[in-house]
Design a protein around this ligand. Structure first.
Ligand code: ACO
Length: 375
C-alpha cells in the first residue's frame, strides 16, 4: 500500500482533538473549540490538552504559576538568543533556543510527569525567547515585565516593552487557544515520530518547530501577511489573484489537506476577532482586504476544494497587533507547542517506534566502475 503524503493513514488513536468535518466543529478533549475560544484562556486550554480535563481553580492557579515561573529561560539560552545575528529568522532562533534548553538536564527519565514538566518549561519560556530576540535585533534590551498576568499579556509586553491593552492581550490569548492543537498535522506527527524513538521532549519540540517552518505548513502565515501587504487594497484583489494563478502560484492562506468541502471552522472565530480589532483601531483595511480575498478566491477555487485557512485571518490579526511579519510564525509555535506536548505524552502511552517503509523504484545489480575508468 502506498499513500503519498500519508493522506488518510491513521498513525495513532487519540483523545486529544476531534475534527468533525460534517458539522464543521473542532473539539479539544471533547470541548467545542469555539466555546473554549470564547470562555477559556490559553493556560487553561493547555492544561486541558495535557491532562485531559478542565482544571479546578486551585489546579489552574498552580499551573499558571508554574508556567510563569519558567518565563525567563536559563542564562545560557538567554545568551544564545541575544547573540544571534540580527538577520536570523525568529523561528530559527526559537528552534535553536528550545533545543538548547536541554543542555545540562538529566534527560533519562521519560515518564509522562517529567516530560510534561519539560513541556511546561518550554511553553513557559517561548514568549520571552521570541520577544527578547526581536528586541535584540532592534537594538533593545530584553523586557521582563514581572507584573504581566497571562501568557499572552506577558508576550506582548515583553515584545513591546509596554503593557498591551486588555483587548489586545485577549485577542492574542484567543489566537493561542485557536492554534493550540489541530490533530495529526505535519508538526504534531514530527513531534510524535521523534518521541517514538524515546528521544526527550526538547528533541520532539525542536523537530516540530522545524516542521512548522515550512510554507506548506505554519510558514504560510508569514506568506499570508506578505500577501496582504503586496495586494495592499481590496480593489486590487482580482488582478493580483489572477496574476498569481496565471504564474501557477498558490495563494497563501488558502487550501487545507482536511478542509476540502468547506472552510476551516476556526475561521468563524478569527474573522470575528479580526473585525473586533479593526473596530478598536478604526482601521478596516486589512480585514476588508482579507474578506475580499476570501470571497474572490473561494468563488474561483472552491470547485477544486480550496477554501481559506486560518492563516488568512491570523495574518490580519497579527497585523492589527503590530507584530513584525516574521514573528507570526514563532507565535504560532508558542501556541501549537501545547498540542505537540499532548501528542508526545499520549503516543508514549502505547509507544511503537515509527518506521514506515518505501517502495524502491531504482535499479539493482549495477556494476561498480573504479573512478579512473569513469571518463
Ligand atoms: N492556491 C491555489 N491553488 C491551490 C492552493 C492555493 N493555496 N492550494 C492547493 N491548490 C490547488 C493545487 O494547485 C491543486 O491543483 P491541481 O489539481 O490543478 O493541480 C489542487 O488545488 C489540490 O492541491 P494539493 O496540493 O493536492 O492539496 P494538498 O491537500 O496537498 O495541499 C496545502 C494542502 C499544502 C495546504 C495547499 O493547499 C497549499 O499549498 N496552500 C497554500 C499554503 C498554505 O496556506 N498552507 C497552510 C496550511 S494550514 C496550516 O498549516 C496552518
Amino acid at each position: 500500500m502506498y499513500f503519498p503524503g500519508l493522506e488518510g493513514v491513521v498513525v495513532k488513536e487519540t483523545k486529544i482533538c476531534h475534527i468533525d468535518l460534517e458539522n464543521s466543529k473542532i473539539y479539544y478533549r471533547g470541548y467545542d473549540l469555539e466555546e473554549l475560544a470564547e470562555r477559556s484562556t490559553f493556560e487553561e486550554t493547555a492544561y486541558l490538552l495535557w491532562h485531559g480535563n478542565l482544571p479546578r481553580r486551585s489546579e489552574l492557579e498552580e499551573f499558571r504559576r508554574s508556567l510563569a515561573q519558567h518565563r525567563i529561560p536559563p542564562s545560557h539560552v538567554k545568551d544564545l538568543l541575544l547573540r544571534a545575528p540580527r538577520a536570523a529568522e525568529p523561528i530559527d532562533v526559537l528552534r535553536t533556543a528550545v533545543s538548547a534548553m536541554a543542555f545540562g538536564e538529566d534527560l533519562r527519565d521519560k515518564s509522562p510527569q517529567v516530560e510534561l514538566a519539560r513541556g511546561l518549561k518550554i511553553t513557559g519560556a517561548m514568549p520571552y525567547i521570541v520577544a527578547a530576540f526581536d528586541r535584540s535585533r532592534r537594538g533593545l534590551g530584553p523586557a521582563e515585565p514581572a507584573e504581566a498576568g497571562s501568557h499572552a499579556e506577558f508576550f506582548l509586553w515583553a515584545l513591546r516593552g509596554e503593557r498591551p491593552s486588555p483587548r489586545e492581550a485577549r485577542a492574542l490569548d484567543v489566537m493561542l487557544i485557536i492554534y493550540a492543537e489541530h490533530s495529526m498535522n505535519n508538526s504534531a506527527f514530527t513531534a510524535v515520530t521523534v518521541a517514538s524513538t524515546l528521544a526527550d521532549m526538547y528533541a520532539a519540540v525542536t523537530a516540530a518547530i522545524a516542521s512548522l517552518k515550512g510554507p506548506l505548513h505554519g510558514g504560510a502565515n508569514v506568506d499570508a501577511s506578505l500577501m496582504l501587504e503586496e495586494v495592499g487594497d481590496a480593489k486590487n484583489v482580482e488582478r493580483w489573484v489572477e496574476e498569481q494563478l496565471a504564474k501557477g502560484r498558490r495563494i497563501p492562506g488558502f487550501g487545507h489537506r482536511l478542509y476540502k468541502r468547506g472552510p476551516d471552522p476556526r475561521l468563524r472565530v478569527l474573522r470575528r476577532l479580526a473585525r473586533d480589532l479593526a473596530a478598536e483601531r478604526g482601521d478596516y483595511r486589512w480585514v476588508e482586504l482579507a474578506e475580499r480575498l476570501e470571497e474572490y478566491v473561494t468563488a474561483k477555487l472552491s470547485q477544486k476544494g480550496i477554501y481559506p485557512n486560518t492563516d488568512l485571518y491570523a495574518a490580519v490579526i497579527f497585523r492589527y497587533l503590530g507584530l513584525p511579519v516574521d514573528v507570526n510564525l514563532p507565535v504560532f509555535a508558542m501556541s501549537r507547542v501545547a498540542g505537540w506536548v499532548a501528542h508526545v505524552v499520549e503516543y508514549r502511552q502505547a509507544n511503537r517506534l515509527i518506521r514506515p517503509t518505501e517502495r524502491y523504484t531504482g535499479p539493482v545489480g549495477l556494476r561498480y566502475v573504479p573512478v579512473e575508468e569513469r571518463g
